[in-house]
Ligand binder design. Sequence first.
Ligand code: ADP
Ligand code: MG
Length: 237
Amino acid sequence: GPSAESYRRQHEITVTGDNVPPPFTSFQAIGLPSEILREVLKAGFSHPTPIQAQSWSIAFQSRDIVAIAKTGSGKTLGYLLPAFRHLMRCRNNPQLGPTVLVLSPTRELATQIQDEAVKFGGSSKISSTCLYGGAPKGPQLRDLDRGTHIVVATPGRLNDILQMGRVNLGQISYMVLDEADRMLDMGFEPQIRKIVKEIPARRQTLMYTATWPKEVRKIAADLLVKPVQVNIGNVDE
Ligand code: ADP
Ligand code: MG
């Protein structure tokens, strides 16, 4: 409708796809579980950022998304809040394996995502485990063994743990590739493809990237199904 269009124009959002739903311009409009809404308000956030407003309405329709947005635009909650909602609906047993996977290029970024997952999901009893290199595997394996809804991982360490047979990705039904362009720049494409082979094809996939070069377009074409594309601001090729 006209209000969705004016919001998009005002916030430099462009969308490509069939029947893209209007953005959620307030937290109250989303219908979040009360524990999660409380955490968001406690964090002092007054409005969704543009990427959040538009990602949430699309992700809530269980559709794939490729979103191109700069650093600092609030992408983390853009994919975590729909992940929480997904978890509340599918109720897998976390002991059998995680349901949500977030791949991130670096230990530092993975740790930040893990912190947000705990901060916003903890009071809803959503558990998250962070796997990254340059640290002993023991504690990470123990966290996995305890059972977890979400895994946040760098591709290298997740592959090592997969090869050890210590994690089962057969229940993953919501996958996020965060900072996809950086993961490819760092040479993680073969690891990403190996990981994806372990994940059921029937899943929702969300890809976030700051730039949109042909390598990223190629992996998006291979891993996503009819994604809605969301651009915030100008796009660097
Ligand atoms: P990106 O992944 O796009 O670089 P982040 O998800 O790390 O961005 O968010 C950047 C900062 O903005 C973080 O400190 C985060 O807590 C904050 N933030 C996220 N959503 C909102 C919001 N709706 N309102 C205000 N601040 C927000
Ligand atoms: Mg980020």
